[in-house]
Write a protein of this length. Structure first.
Length: 220
């Protein structure tokens, strides 16, 4: 495993062409997110005020990805149109997966429906066939409680996504590592992992989480 603190747009320049089997990442959504989680107030997320970085990021993801591979990028309805257009300039957008959470977010309590989902762009470079059976594009996994990061994703959901379109020993890249959830999932499933995180606080959290995750010994 390789964990790197820095700007992913700079760090990715050092990754070889066609060396990554999967990108699984949860980038800033470009919506100036700030958590209102009741028990813990998180500061804003870096690089979340603009999407000026998006086109360069997409090009770097495409460059480092192997041919005939599948990839996942979390996003929200706020800028789904921008994310989809940017990625379909390089990748084939195969689907938009819906993560149905076990609770609702806040928002306009009197003037809007209660938000209960996030989106995941599912991408191919070439074509990658699925492992196991074909499932529906609505995923039901419980929200984490955000103990480590304001937009923390469930480890079991990341394991599921990894298992469907990657194999043991494959290299998985998360350019926006956050608190290291993708890395924990990779360690649990015996995938090699490259994680990049700009924020030093979250980088240290990720490093500790991944180090404390026991490596499981299996081959399938």
């Amino acid at each position: 495993m390789k964990l790197i603190q820095g700007d992913c747009l700079e760090v990715m320049k050092g990754i070889e062409d066609g060396s990554v089997d999967m990108v699984l990442t949860d980038p800033p959504y470009g919506m100036s997110f700030r958590s209102n989680y009741r028990k813990k107030k998180y500061r804003g997320i870096k690089s979340d005020t603009t999407l000026d970085w998006l086109d360069i990021f997409v090009s770097e993801c495409f460059r480092v990805a192997k041919n005939n591979t599948a990839h996942y990028v979390f996003c929200s309805f706020h800028n789904i149109d921008k994310f989809k257009r940017a990625f379909e300039n390089q990748f084939k957008v195969k689907n938009i997966l819906i993560w149905e959470k076990n609770n609702t977010s806040m928002g306009d309590l009197a003037g809007d429906f209660a938000p209960k989902y996030e989106m995941i762009l599912f991408l191919h470079k070439g074509r990658r066939t699925i492992n196991g059976k074909r499932d529906a594009n609505i995923l039901k996994f419980s929200k984490t409680g955000n103990n480590y990061h304001p937009t923390q994703k469930p480890v079991d959901m990341c394991e599921y996504l990894l298992a469907k379109f990657s194999d043991v020993g494959n290299t998985v890249l998360d350019p926006f590592m956050g608190s290291g959830t993708t890395g924990v999932a990779c360690k649990n499933l015996n995938r090699d992992f490259i994680g990049i995180e700009l924020d030093k606080t979250y980088f240290n959290i990720a490093k500790k989480r991944i180090a404390e995750t026991p490596k499981l010994l299996f081959t399938n």
